[in-house]
Design a protein around this ligand. Structure first.
Ligand code: ADP
Ligand code: ZN
Length: 739
């Protein structure tokens, strides 16, 4: 027998199947993780078996080396995962081995992790009498007689401190025998027992709709916040289990809290496994093994859990499907949604996307029929949505209030604090970017070509468009109202905290932004402290909008809705609507009704008006018309090639040269009829032209979405592949940020 094996080395030169002979007596199957002699020096390397056949397919005279051994007794890759990786290799022009590595725990490679075994001991002859002068030995034997069953060494030591030497002695005398078994290191799930509710008629219909999807089909569950989407997920999974199938539930990393996992654990107990970045290496390995060995058939995890080794996969659920964290930012740059679509097609399962604010693309697909649209229009129990009031900051300014807070927000804050409730204040300031606006009339400087806010560059005292490169000097008076109050906009969370102290001295505040939470633990700590009531006001960026529920929060203030709205990105309207919906969902989760105050200089902006009344459909119609007008996605696709290097002149020269070649390649791929599909190809320094001593240069490509798009994409990927050795070229399809 022969095996086609891919060696676990990430290099294009060896990224193909090599043939090895399977020696007599060794059982090797596709998916096995093996050791092999490789190369001229026959260095021992690890590899993955792709397939097994009786013939080598090579000539008689070709000498073939032997597989040395299998590293694990089970196959570490399912056949379907091998097929998925091969598909990814094509679709993303990535190395096959890079795709395969996504399917296994990192520490499995290089045998950096092992299963944990626990020693147990038991009486060799339970009926025999035992006498010893050793006090400890006598106690150990007495304990085992009393319990009447084998005990782990650890447990014995809990009863008889210092028993270790006594146990060794007893084993030597053959009074005790020993054995061992595998233990799985498990994270704490925090299962909270809750009654299983009767489904509302809407939920019941949603469940029926999911059940009646044809195999391989995708549905979009669009349900307002608090409409009971999670309960629908739970029932769909239950139906799946009853058919003997498994399921994967993806949740944004930041929302993967004990609360979320607890709801699933309460319903499905040990049948769930959890995969996320905060597990220890041992826990991750063991959770993965419980899935692989069929002990757990429901997986809850972040983006990469879409690769979990679930056999007979009946259902994948992607909650909060609009979240940008489902896009991988490292090679291969996959989107979990695309992988999920592929997996359910292969396994004839179903895909369920859920959101209160679906991505424009998903809703577009749902309306044009490629996804089935399922709606939950009402909150469970008729709980009202919070009331949203818009505070007009222009009016505040003209009335002489040039502070951060509107009088409306101040009075509501005062009321909230007096009643002993809690408040959350959102400030969405995502570094690097500042727009220029007029505080008197709300006018925002936008690009004439691109309809996108221009970004202020301090050094040149000028504004620039990141999409087309256009520049303007900073005007001294507002082009709209002629007043001299036009300037760049920026408030930080510290400033908000200071102002709170000024207005409400002695108020306990907590602050959370990228600076205060360097890592995940700090994030959890601040949130749970706030949940316990340690602080009355939590101030933060949108990272506080997700995950936890705070029953005592009755007021949410959005300090500057305009920072998201005027973000220089064609998705700023979509992101603003999502953010406002999400933060509103934070207010009044419990009995007390919630209130939201949204501060803005553009109170009439359609996105804010739709967000105020939570009219997603209205927002969608408005936004999709904007996208169509400017040919933004989903009508087109952006691709960015990012180059970086130390020498600025060399970098610019190379960037320009690349742009020329790439343009020619794309045009050739598009053919004579398709020349118009290339809407834009712009070579310029990246918006952040220098990071950590490296200069950055980008080629931004915008392609019309036609049937010729795949050809053009192939040309781009081929260009990347042929320049991969340069080392500093990075390609991003539909980049989530363009900085
Ligand atoms: P969503 O995920 O859509 O925001 P959830 O699934 O979190 O909504 O549900 C909101 C709340 O309603 C939760 O506390 C949940 O336990 C409760 N709930 C969901 N479905 C029902 C039901 N059919 N009957 C009673 N309570 C329900
Ligand atoms: Zn522009």
């Amino acid at each position: 027998m022969f095996a086609k094996v891919i060696v676990d080395i990430a290099h294009a030169a060896v990224d193909r199947a090599f043939t090895y002979r399977i020696p007599e007596g060794l059982e090797v199957l596709p998916g096995h993780h093996v050791l092999l002699p490789f190369g001229q020096g026959n260095h021992v390397k690890e590899g993955f078996v792709l397939s097994v056949s009786e013939k080598s397919g090579l000539g008689e005279d070709v000498s073939v080396k032997d597989v040395l051994s299998c590293l694990e007794p089970y196959t570490v890759l399912l056949q379907s995962q091998i097929a998925l990786a091969e598909w990814m290799q094509e679709a993303y022009h990535c190395l096959l081995v890079d795709a395969l590595r996504l399917m296994i725990p990192a520490q499995l490679r290089g045998s950096r992790i092992h299963e944990k075994r626990e020693r147990i001991v038991y009486l060799a002859d339970p009926a025999a009498d035992f006498a010893s002068r050793s006090h400890l030995q006598t106690e150990v034997v007495a304990l085992l007689k009393k319990t009447g069953q084998p005990m782990s060494v650890r447990d014995i030591q809990a009863f008889v401190p210092g028993a270790s030497a006594a146990i060794t002695a007893l084993l030597k005398k053959r009074v005790l025998s020993e054995s061992s078994f595998t233990v799985f290191r498990r994270p704490e799930y925090g299962a909270q027992q809750v009654n299983i509710p009767e489904l509302t008629p809407e939920q019941d219909q949603a469940l029926t709709d999911v059940e009646s999807l044809s195999s391989g089909q995708t549905a979009l569950l669009y349900g307002v916040t608090g409409s009971g989407k999670t309960e629908v997920y739970l029932r769909c999974i239950e139906a799946c289990l009853q058919r003997g199938q498994g399921a994967i539930v993806l949740v944004p990393e930041i929302a993967l809290t004990p609360q979320t996992v607890g709801r699933f654990a309460a319903r499905f107990g040990d049948r769930i496994a959890v995969l996320h970045s905060r597990l220890s290496a041992g826990e991750r390995f063991d959770e993965w093994r419980r899935i692989r060995l069929g002990k757990a058939s429901i997986v809850i995890g972040a983006r990469s859990a879409v690769f979990a080794p679930v056999e007979n996969l009946g259902l994948i659920i992607i909650d909060e499907e609009h979240e940008s964290s489902y896009q991988s930012e490292i090679t291969p740059r996959y989107h979990a949604l695309d992988i999920a679509r592929r997996r359910v097609k292969m396994s004839q399962g179903r895909l369920l996307l859920g959101s209160a604010t679906p991505s424009l693309l998903s809703y577009y697909r749902a309306l044009n029929g490629s996804y089935k649209l399922i709606e939950l229009k009402h909150r469970v129990g008729g709980r009202p949505l919070p009331t949203v009031t818009i505070a007009d900051m222009r009016a505040e300014f003209l009335n002489g209030n040039n502070g951060i807070f509107s009088s409306l927000l101040l009075s509501k804050l005062g009321e909230c604090l007096r009643q002993g409730h809690q408040a959350m204040l959102f400030l969405n300031r995502r570094g690097y970017s500042t727009f220029v606006s007029c505080r008197a009339c709300g006018y925002v400087l936008t690009c004439d070509n691109c309809d996108i806010s221009m970004t202020y560059h301090k050094a040149q005292n000028a504004v620039r468009c990141h999409y087309c490169g256009a520049r303007k000097p900073l005007p001294s008076v507002c082009p709209n109202c002629g007043k001299p109050f036009i300037k760049y906009f920026g408030i930080g969370t510290e400033q908000v905290e200071e102002q709170i102290q000024k207005w409400f001295p002695g108020t306990r505040t907590a602050r959370m932004d990228a600076d205060t939470v360097a890592h995940r633990d700090a994030y959890e700590q601040i949130l749970s402290a706030f949940g316990r009531g340690d602080a009355q006001i939590l101030i933060g960026t949108q990272m506080i909008a997700k995950g936890h529920d705070f029953p005592n929060v009755t007021l949410v203030g959005v300090i500057a809705a305009d920072t998201t709205l005027n973000f220089p990105d064609y998705r700023s309207g979509e992101r603003t609507f999502q953010l406002l919906t999400q933060v509103s969902g934070r207010a009044g989760r419990d009995r007390s009704p919630g209130q939201v105050v949204m501060q803005t200089y553009v109170p009439d902006h359609p996105v804010l008006q739709f967000a105020r009344v939570q009219d997603y459909a209205g927002f969608y119609q408005y936004e999709i018309a904007q996208r169509k007008k400017c040919l933004y996605p989903p009508f087109s696709l952006f691709i960015r090639l990012l180059l970086s290097g130390e020498n600025e002149d060399a970098l610019i020269e190379r960037g320009k040269e690349y742009a020329k070649v790439l343009e020619a390649d794309i045009k050739t791929a598009l053919g004579a009829d398709g020349q118009g599909d290339l809407l834009l190809l712009l070579a310029a320094p990246a918006p952040i032209a220098r990071i950590a001593g490296q200069n950055r240069y980008q080629i931004l490509v915008k392609l019309l979405r036609t049937k010729r798009l795949p050809q053009a994409l192939h040309a781009v990927y081929d260009f990347e592949t042929s320049h991969r050795e340069d080392g500093f070229l990075k390609i991003e399809i539909n980049p989530q940020d363009m900085f």
